[in-house]
Design a protein around this ligand. Structure first.
Ligand code: C2E
Ligand code: MG
Ligand code: MG
Length: 649
């Protein structure tokens, strides 16, 4: 009960006591006065003998004592008051008459007293209410401000009924703080973008569940879901587009959890504990109780099916698949971390075996993971001990095999493993940023080699160096390239840089500026593997590029599919309009060359002409066999290897 209402009750109680006391005093006084005046008036008095009066019952005696008269008797069953001066005969008056007279006398004073006291109660109550209101108002305003901080739409208090308002507002506040607490708890353990459980909370959940599985002897399953080609989506359409895709993916995974009856919720929060975003484009699903591996396979197939449906974002339709690794407790691993790791290993196997598929972990798969870590260490050692080398592949003009330039390609001959392909070691070097050190060496070595060829007379040719996205991000391109040129003495006009299409798409404004500066120096820029990314064609107009290298995959498709052939034709004519040179990559067969020639492609690169070769091979070919041509043209001629026995023209 509030202080305010206690105070009002006190006032009421005190006033009632005063009213009763004063009324009592008035009544007694009036009663005594009436008694004596009635006896004096002698009008309604009756003379009786004392023997006719009997004592009244005891309770009437008590009442008469409270009312201050003692001479109350019964006379013929009527209560009477006797005169105090008594002899054998005495005078009496009926008690009823005495009371009626007294009550009549008291009506006016009691009514007046009642009014006075009522007014006093009302006034003090009103004063009190006002006093409390003025004290409550700031409290209400504070509660208002608090509520507003929780809810922008909160209605501010009106002027009436602060106490009632305060009570409801506090109730509201209690609810809001409870909601807020739950929300905060949820935020602490969930991924900000997708609102799925984060890795940390998910692992805690798996630990708890695995403990139960250990006790009960049940099996559990963990699915590691990784989207295929998500990086490409991000690169092509930007990160906010990629974020939208991730949100839609989480929604689809939530629906799988529901449809497969895998829900697990903690009571106070609305979070699904069996589904998590582990980071980037990696998600995971946990199955507490697994009756058989077929059940995990059924769930994985369901996930793949869900993710294979087109993603619709604005006016774009995107296709995304996923690779899934499955690990089963306790068959695959005995701890939550190991379980996740094994599912990850199985997922890598799924990726390697074609993407869009699932694989259940088997012990031999672990070796793939081990190889990754082994190679990572070996790359580090190879960089330190200078174990990389460069091969050079000519890019020739289709008329007369004149060498336009050479592409420098990194090679690694491992002491015990033998030749390790760039497609195996470059991604690991990129993942670990070791590409920065390796790329520094590649640029310096390529420039050094080209400078020596340049000095030997190859003045009209260039060397082209591949630069990865990691290098673009971490190296200040202009000063990095210019310092290598000045170190090696190679003229800028003898250098070209190749950047893959996907890196170009995500290139920031700063990178574009750096590229423009390089071009101004005379360095050429090529867009590599064109046709495999999702770049818009307007990119070609906007970017500072000179050469378009069409990916070999695109060319092999154009050989079989008329649509690709038509696109290829449009790309070539558009490049011509934009004054870009077109190079076709990976030409292995004569009919590919014929097709490209018919489409007007002037430059080709491929095994048909030459595989990438070491510098001494290139040196011999140019400087021993074609010296006179070199002297005339400033570059060499590279005819197809005779052993192949192909006739180009
Ligand atoms: P890329 O830049 O597109 O290089 C062309 C690749 O196609 C080379 O593969 C080359 O050997 C191969 N190739 C050329 N002609 C043919 C052909 O007729 N048929 C077939 N099947 N392949 C052909 P390689 O040397 O294995 O390099 C693969 C990729 O590794 C390169 O693709 C490039 O992206 C990357 N890479 C190689 N060296 C470096 C480097 O020093 N730095 C960076 N960042 N990446 C490099
Ligand atoms: Mg290249
Ligand atoms: Mg390429």
């Amino acid at each position: 009960m509030s202080n305010h209402s206690i105070k009002i009750r006190k006032i009421f109680f005190l006033n009632s006591i005063i009213f009763i006391l004063v009324s009592y005093m008035l009544f007694v006084a009036s009663l005594l006065k009436n008694e004596s005046s009635l006896f004096k008036a002698n009008k309604i008095t009756v003379d009786v003998s004392l023997s006719a009066l009997t004592e009244p019952p005891i309770y009437l005696k008590v009442i008469s004592t409270i009312l201050f008269f003692h001479d109350v008797y019964l006379h013929k069953e009527t209560l009477v008051v006797a005169n105090s001066h008594r002899s054998e005969h005495t005078v009496i008056i009926p008690l009823r008459t005495l009371f009626i007279n007294t009550l009549v006398d008291l009506v006016a004073p009691i009514a007046a007293l009642f009014v006075v006291l009522l007014t006093s109660i009302t006034c003090t109550t009103l004063i009190n209410i006002k006093k409390y209101s003025s004290k409550l108002k700031p409290a209400c305003q504070k509660v208002d401000a608090l509520l507003k901080s929780f809810d922008d739409n909160h209605q501010e208090m009106n002027n009436e009924g602060e106490l009632i308002y305060l009570e409801t507002a506090l109730d509201h506040l209690k609810k809001q703080t409870a909601n807020h607490k739950a929300h905060r708890e949820e935020e602490d353990i969930c991924d900000k973008l997708t609102k799925l459980l984060d890795r940390h909370a998910y692992m805690d959940h798996i630990s708890r569940e695995i403990e139960i599985s250990t006790k009960t002897g049940r099996k559990s399953g963990l699915l590691f879901v990784d989207l295929d080609g998500f990086k490409r989506v991000n690169d092509s359409f930007g990160h906010s587009f990629g974020d939208e895709v991730l949100i839609q993916v989480s929604e689809r995974l939530r629906s799988v959890i529901r449809s497969q009856g895998l829900e697990f919720k903690e009571t106070s929060l609305d979070l699904e504990y069996n589904l998590a975003r582990l980071g980037g484009d990696e998600f995971s699903i946990f199955v507490q109780e697994l009756t058989s591996s077929e059940e995990a396979i059924r769930i994985a197939s369901n996930v793949l099916q869900e993710l294979e449906r087109d993603f619709i974002l604005g006016n774009k339709n995107i296709k995304i698949s996923a690779s899934i690794g499955i690990a089963i407790y306790p068959d695959s691993a005995a701890t939550p971390n190991a379980l996740l790791q094994m599912a990850d290993v199985a997922m890598y196997r799924a990726k390697a075996q074609g993407r869009g598929v699932y694989r259940i972990y088997t012990p031999e798969m672990g070796s793939k993971m081990r190889r990754y870590h082994y190679l990572l260490e070996e790359i580090r050692l190879a960089i330190d001990s200078n174990n990389f080398s460069l091969n050079y592949q000519p890019i020739i003009h289709v008329d007369g095999y004149t060498i336009s330039y050479f592409e420098a390609l990194a090679r690694w001959h491992h002491s015990s493993e033998g030749y390790i392909t760039p497609s195996e070691f470059i991604p690991i070097a990129e993942d670990s940023n070791l590409i920065l050190e390796l790329g520094d060496w590649v640029l310096d070595e390529a420039c050094r080699q080209m400078a020596s060829w340049y000095n030997a007379g190859m003045k009209k040719s260039r060397i082209s160096v591949n630069v990865s996205g990691v290098q673009l991000k971490h190296r200040s391109l202009y000063s990095w390239v210019m310092s290598s040129l000045s170190k090696t003495g190679l003229p800028a006009s003898s250098l070209m840089i190749e950047i893959t299409e996907s890196c170009f798409i995500e290139a920031s404004k700063d990178i574009v500026v750096e590229l423009e500066k390089l071009r101004a120096e005379g360095i050429m820029i090529a867009i590599d593997d064109f046709g495999t990314g999702f770049s818009s064609l307007s990119l070609l107009a906007d970017l500072p590029i000179d050469i378009l290298k069409i990916d070999q995959l695109f060319i092999s498709k154009a050989m079989k599919d008329i649509k690709y052939k038509k696109i290829l034709c449009s790309i070539v004519s558009m490049a011509e309009q934009l004054e870009l040179k077109v190079v076709a990559e990976g030409i292995e067969q004569i009919d590919q060359l014929d097709l490209l020639k018919s489409l007007g492609v002037a430059y080709i690169q491929g095994y048909l002409i030459s595989r990438p070769q070491p510098s001494n091979y290139v040196g011999k070919k140019i400087f021993c066999q074609n010296l006179s041509i070199l002297a005339q043209t400033g570059t060499g001629v590279w005819e197809p290897e005779e052993s192949r026995g192909v006739s180009l023209f």
